[in-house]
Write a protein of this length. Structure first.
Length: 341
């Protein structure tokens, strides 16, 4: 390379950097602003992912255009071209892995709002994309991938036999995710008694955060065989009831009116309450010292019921005292028979 070749190569490198910088700083923000105004989240993800590679792509393009116009030994020329090919395939692979794994977190229905996703699906997708990218790189360099695929097939069989428990958890995790019955963020209760929010479903276990903030880790193979109550399906809203006892001399119509009025107030005053829920009560038993009823309320999530129940008991107790409605203590009448003698 002479001085003229060096200047020419430097010109193309600097030109590529400048073009990439202009696109990164001025053009891409325009598209990003337009994408932010749409309800579709996938376009934001694509623009954000590609923008980080723009300058490097144009610098590499400038390098390619520069070396194609200067006199260089064929061996070094081929080496640089192969390096640039590997760079573009590798960058494309990283971009595809990030975009595809990110788009798996987007609902395909209607709003396409982002939802929580488990790491097992994201990691599997990334591994598949990385493997495809590696095979493309090997093929582009003239390396036959057929023997490699054959070796991987035989080796995969041996690994599968040696890692049966691990693969059992892996496929159980995939079954849990694909069924759509349990997703990260859902509040669940297991037949063994544990309950809480699903944090993640990994290749080996499912992690649950209990209300007390401790973590419960369950192998996927056991999780798949359990009876699970999901309080976020089919909807996150939940109706719960509170058992109340009033004295036998109470006006039951008046009790019903007062109780329903307090239910309406608590649901409208608290953020967790469902505002359009029509409150109702049901009398269900003549107890030893009271007539029992159930007051039904509806809240937005399973965990919201505890605070709403807490506030409702305080308000209802004060309202019953104000209205003269008696909540009796448990009493028992004992009749003693006197001996005639």
């Amino acid at each position: 390379m002479n001085q003229n070749d060096i200047l020419q190569l430097s010109f193309f490198l600097i030109s590529g950097f400048v073009v990439g910088l202009v696109i990164r700083k001025w053009i891409i923000p325009i598209f990003a602003k337009l994408a932010s105004k749409t309800s579709i989240k996938s376009d934001d993800l694509i623009i954000a992912t590609i923008s980080s590679w723009v300058i490097a792509w144009f610098v590499a393009l400038g390098l390619y255009l520069g070396i194609s116009r200067i006199s260089m030994d064929d061996r070094y020329n081929t080496l640089l071209e192969n390096g640039l090919m590997i760079f573009y395939v590798l960058s494309g692979t990283l971009i595809a892995a990030r975009i595809i794994s990110g788009m798996l977190r987007i609902k395909t229905s209607g709003s396409e709002t982002v939802i929580p996703s488990s790491s097992i699906i994201s990691n599997i997708v990334k591994v598949i994309v990385y493997c495809v990218g590696l095979l493309v790189i090997l093929q582009s360099q003239g390396i036959s991938i057929t023997p490699l695929l054959t070796a991987l097939g035989v080796g995969g069989l041996a690994v599968a036999l040696a890692l049966q428990p691990t693969l059992s958890n892996l496929f159980a995790g995939l079954q849990i995710i694909t069924s759509g019955k349990m997703n990260p963020g859902d509040y669940i209760k297991l037949d063994s008694g544990e309950e809480g929010f699903i944090l993640d479903i990994t290749w080996r276990n499912t992690t649950i955060r209990a209300v007390s903030d401790h973590i419960v880790i369950i192998p996927n193979s056991k999780m798949a065989d359990m009876i699970v109550s999901n309080y976020h399906l089919p909807v996150m809203e939940i109706t719960f009831n509170l058992v109340i006892g009033v004295s036998y001399d109470s006006d039951l119509e008046h009790v019903e009116t007062v109780t329903k009025d307090e239910i309406s107030k608590i649901l409208n005053d608290m953020e967790a309450g469902v505002k359009d829920f029509e409150p109702f009560i049901r009398y269900f038993a003549f107890d030893d010292s009271s007539i029992n009823l159930k007051a039904f309320m509806r809240v937005k999530t399973y965990s919201d019921q505890f605070l709403v129940r807490h506030e409702f008991i305080k308000r209802l107790h004060a309202r019953y005292n104000k209205e003269g409605i008696n909540i009796p203590f448990p009493i028992r009448t004992v009749m003693m028979q006197k001996d005639d003698e």
